[in-house]
Write a protein that binds this ligand. Structure first.
Ligand code: SAM
Length: 503
């Protein structure tokens, strides 16, 4: 079945002027779906495919482009309409050979049932995000897609523009769309979207030859004017810089003519040597498992980009259980007045705990401030209300003075780890952990061992996510438990009075 679909796809690619190297083999497996492998040794700098921009499905190339423009639907919304429209044309769509290779939808959490989202993602970093996504997508559909059926009733078959079809199109966009250029915006790029992901280890890169390829001023032929195309809007350009300066070793793409200076062609270039028989990977960015599952529907074990967040709300809840609500709010307010803040997303504020279990310094400082003795708190409070903060208190230690001046770069985290702060971290780790429900991490590990990543894909990847987050919480506990064994306060870091007049 997959072989036949690939045959149809290859024929279609040829008809569209898409060229690819004979050294690439397209394969299919139940774990990863389609993938690309090297049939012979591939070398860094090899151009392995040329893809005319006109063959990409975008809001400019689709037969629905006028309607999309008239309805003022840009970005992903417009692209979703383009996909639904071309799908509605069936055999009459110019992209029929490409569309038949795509799955109906990608198994990302936005297309899971609500029950699955609640059961499988409960406690994870994704739970609330996916709930919010679903609501927003439904609103988008009602506000923007539904009216299209009234505007162009003769042109559109409602069967292909329902809410389910919209969710399906969104899942394909999140898992496959590339940013092509300013004119086309995001689009579906046939062939380029067959490459699977490996974190931080891409073999192939995808560029738009927006300008010259080898110029007089650039005798080495560095790809200085080539723009790597990102598979996802959230990918930071800084992650791609090394590729921008990759040197060309010339093309040995036998079956393709190299069109490195043609702005209407997209190129796929090897950025690493790949040995015969190996899979050729792209990278979708440096992402933790929550982001991978969210956008692409899979996870990676031991992903060092994983993090866990602790909501500010959880910190306030813990603090209010120990002190009064009013006390907690005044300490938080002082922390803010000193210029500290947490990470923010939509309507929540949170602190990150990194893969190695280290909490964000702003959280440690907040906890430290919550435990400040009353007289020191009053000194901070008084000082923070004075303009310019040129304030020196005889009651502040060196450490507290740095906290007061918001000199986080000068603060050694371990001096913030007082017994109270460590106990607070342990309590916060426990209450964050309780969000996962009654199953222990060992239960999750056992469930993962019994689970099939092919037949129970959703369960499998949500278990990997849960376990990777809970392992970080375990590391946070060890982080909070160890300081008393080894931290010796250096002179000046203890509660030593500062000389008057110190700034
Ligand atoms: C751009 S497509 C890659 C081609 C895809 N395998 C196909 O069959 O069309 C991205 C999708 O491939 C799958 N994928 C990519 N990298 C993967 C990996 N390392 N492990 C498992 N699935 C992967 C995911 O389903 C993802 O949403």
């Amino acid at each position: 079945m997959a072989t036949r679909r690939l045959r149809v796809f290859k024929r279609w690619m040829k008809s569209q002027g898409i060229e690819w190297s004979d050294a690439l083999e397209f394969t299919w497996s139940p774990e990863e779906g389609f993938a690309v492998r090297a049939l012979c040794e591939l070398k860094e700098g090899d151009v392995v495919a040329n893809i005319p921009k006109e063959s990409c499905l975008t809001i400019k190339t689709s037969g629905a482009s006028e309607m999309i423009e008239a309805a003022d639907l840009g970005g992903n919304l417009g692209l979703a309409v383009a996909i639904m429209y071309e799908r509605s044309l069936g055999k009459d769509s110019p992209w029929v050979g490409y569309l038949q290779l795509l799955p109906d939808q990608e198994c990302v959490p936005i297309v899971w049932t609500l029950n699955e989202v609640d059961e499988l993602l409960c406690g994870t970093e994704l739970h609330k995000t996916v709930q919010e996504d679903r609501t927003l997508i439904c609103e988008d559909w009602k506000e923007n897609i539904l009216p299209l059926l009234d505007i162009a009733p003769s042109k559109l078959n409602p069967k292909f523009f329902g809410i389910e079809q919209y969710f399906a199109a969104k899942s394909l966009i999140t898992s496959r769309a590339f940013e092509i250029d300013d004119y086309h915006g995001f689009g579906m790029v046939p062939l380029a979207d067959l490459f699977n992901h490996k974190t931080g280890a891409e073999d192939v890169h995808f560029t738009s030859s927006s300008s010259h390829y080898e110029s007089d001023s650039d005798p080495d032929g560095d790809y200085t004017d080539e723009e790597p195309l990102t598979q996802n809007s959230s990918i930071d350009d800084s992650e791609l810089n090394t590729v921008l300066t990759e040197k060309s070793s010339g093309s040995d793409l036998e079956s393709c003519s190299v069109t490195g200076d043609d702005p209407s062609i997209l190129e796929m270039i090897m950025v690493k040597d790949v040995s015969i028989g190996s899979e050729v990977f792209n990278t979708y960015g440096l992402m933790g498992n929550a982001a991978l599952l969210h956008r692409y529907g899979f996870t990676e074990q031991d992903n060092s980009y994983d993090i866990v967040n602790i909501d500010l709300e959880l910190v306030l809840k813990w603090s209010s259980s120990l002190f009064s609500g009013r006390y907690s709010r005044t300490r938080l307010s002082l922390w803010r007045r000193l210029g500290y803040s947490a990470c923010a997303s939509q309507d929540s504020e949170y602190f990150e705990v990194s893969f190695n279990g280290e909490p964000q310094i702003e959280l440690l400082i907040l906890l430290y401030i919550i435990f400040l003795p009353e007289d020191t708190y009053c000194e901070f409070d008084l000082g923070s209300s004075m303009a310019g903060k040129f304030y020196a208190s005889s009651k502040m230690t060196d450490l507290e003075h740095k906290i007061f001046l918001n000199k986080t770069s000068d603060v050694n985290k371990k001096y913030l780890l007082t017994r109270n702060v460590c106990d607070a971290l342990l309590a916060l780790a426990d209450s964050r952990e309780s969000l996962y429900g009654p199953n222990s991490i060992d239960d999750d590990v056992e469930a993962l061992r019994r689970c099939s990543c092919v037949k129970e894909k959703k369960l499998y990847h949500s278990l990997v996510l849960r376990i990777s987050e809970r392992k970080i919480l375990e590391k946070l506990r060890s982080y909070a438990a160890q300081p008393f064994k080894r931290v010796k306060l250096k002179p000046g870091s203890g509660r030593k009075k500062l000389k008057k007049g110190n700034k």
